[in-house]
Write a protein that binds this ligand. Structure first.
Ligand SMILES: Cc1ncc(COP(=O)(O)O)c(C=O)c1O
Ligand SMILES: C[C@@H](O)[C@H](N)C(=O)O
Length: 358
């Protein structure tokens, strides 16, 4: 009988720790719309410091963080944003920048490492001389780490180059930094240096950092002032939000140092590659996300494997009929990883043709 669940579906599944719950219970709060909730203020000042930006704003989700950031940069009608065709903003945020903000997306191919070719970005920038027909390019969006390519890290050199291109053309640069702390830990580059070229960043507190709720957007004072108003317009102005921010302050303290362990556990899990019938692009496992393919000749689908794993108390996220995503977080231990490897190995035994994957 399974007594404990190992939840590998995402790093959004973590439960608040005892320390977080204590901090939430004791949090000093006030109405964060009428004035500043003191604990929200404390978190925002800390996030501005860590990211090297002038100001910060707590928002209920990463989706809202990206939406507000794009809409502030693209407030003028007819604006266009250049973003990755495999980016979270383009794929998983309900097209909010268009449906709510009237911003035109200009998707450009993401490479397997999460970057977008600088030449392709340059080509995608609209020629202002033809404004009678063209939308106006106002923003470039990057995503670091890049979730859909397996948590790949964009280097500081690449980010700076995109920043220079943006500046040269009078554009702004936003980074969807849902997992920027993971990228920082993996690259051994401080967060503030990694996002130095960005005009705004949206940072998830509720992913690898393990806070129960929320994100923070950072940028200039003027940008955050506009963002605060737009947050209210979108219904994201909350009252005694310090209860949530207190947990996030604990997460920053307790869990940032644990990210390297998450990455080590992910690399151990890439050992799935040794199991007959499975394949992992080992080079792509740079942070806490592992995708694995079920090879032809393995008579099992991702869905079926997920169901078998559930019987062993392990939750996975099938990405397609033959591809599965695993995301490691601080509530997955090294022994959980070993148990997962052995359960998947057992499930794959007997369902794989002799010459499968050869
Ligand atoms: C890269 C990335 N950006 C943004 C988000 C959105 O965050 P939220 O789920 O808090 O809306 C997610 C996932 O949730 C994500 O993986
Ligand atoms: C699914 C996606 O929206 C979420 N960001 C995750 O990575 O789990």
């Amino acid at each position: 009988m399974v007594t404990q669940t190992i939840d590998l579906r995402s790093d959004t599944v973590t439960k608040p720790t005892e320390t977080m719950r204590l901090a939430m219970a004791k949090a000093e709060v006030d109405d964060d719309v009428l004035v500043y909730d003191p604990t929200a203020r404390q978190l925002e000042k800390e996030m501005a410091r860590v990211t090297g930006k002038e100001a910060a704003l707590f928002v209920p989700s990463g989706t809202m963080g990206n939406l507000i950031s794009v809409l502030v940069h693209c407030e003028i009608r007819g604006s266009e944003v250049i973003l990755g065709d495999n980016s979270h903003i383009h794929i998983y945020e309900n097209g909010g920048i268009s449906t709510l903000g009237g911003v035109h997306p200009r998707p450009v191919k993401n490479n397997d490492d999460g970057t977008i070719d600088i030449g392709l970005i340059q080509t995608a920038i609209r020629n202002p001389d033809f404004e009678i027909c063209y939308p106006k390019t106002r923003l470039i969006c990057l995503e670091n780490s890049h979730a859909n390519t397996g948590g790949r890290c964009l280097s500081v050199e690449y980010t700076d180059q995109v920043g220079e291109l943006a500046k040269k053309h009078g554009l702004k640069l936003h980074i969807d930094g849902a997992r920027i702390f993971n990228a920082s830990a993996a690259l051994k580059v401080p967060v503030d240096r990694l996002v130095q070229a960005a005009d705004s960043v949206s940072v998830c507190l509720s992913k690898g950092l393990g806070a129960p709720v929320g994100s923070v957007i950072v940028g200039t004072e003027a940008f955050i002032a506009r963002a605060r108003i737009l947050r209210k317009t979108l219904g994201g102005g909350m009252r005694q939000v310090g209860v949530l921010c207190a947990a996030a302050l604990v997460a920053l303290q307790e869990n940032v140092p644990k990210l390297v362990t998450d990455h080590k556990n992910a690399k151990t899990l890439a050992g799935l590659n040794k199991i007959k019938g499975l394949s992992v692009d080992i080079a792509s496992v740079e942070t806490n996300i592992v995708y694995f393919e079920i090879l032809k000749g393995s008579h099992i689908t991702a869905l079926k494997l997920g169901k078998i794993m559930e019987e062993h108390g392990i939750l996975l996220m099938p990405d397609s009929s033959s591809r599965v995503r695993i995301v490691i977080h601080h509530q997955v231990s090294a022994s959980d990883v070993q148990y997962t490897l052995s359960c998947i190995k057992q499930a794959m035994t007997g369902v794989t043709d002799e010459n499968c994957g050869t």
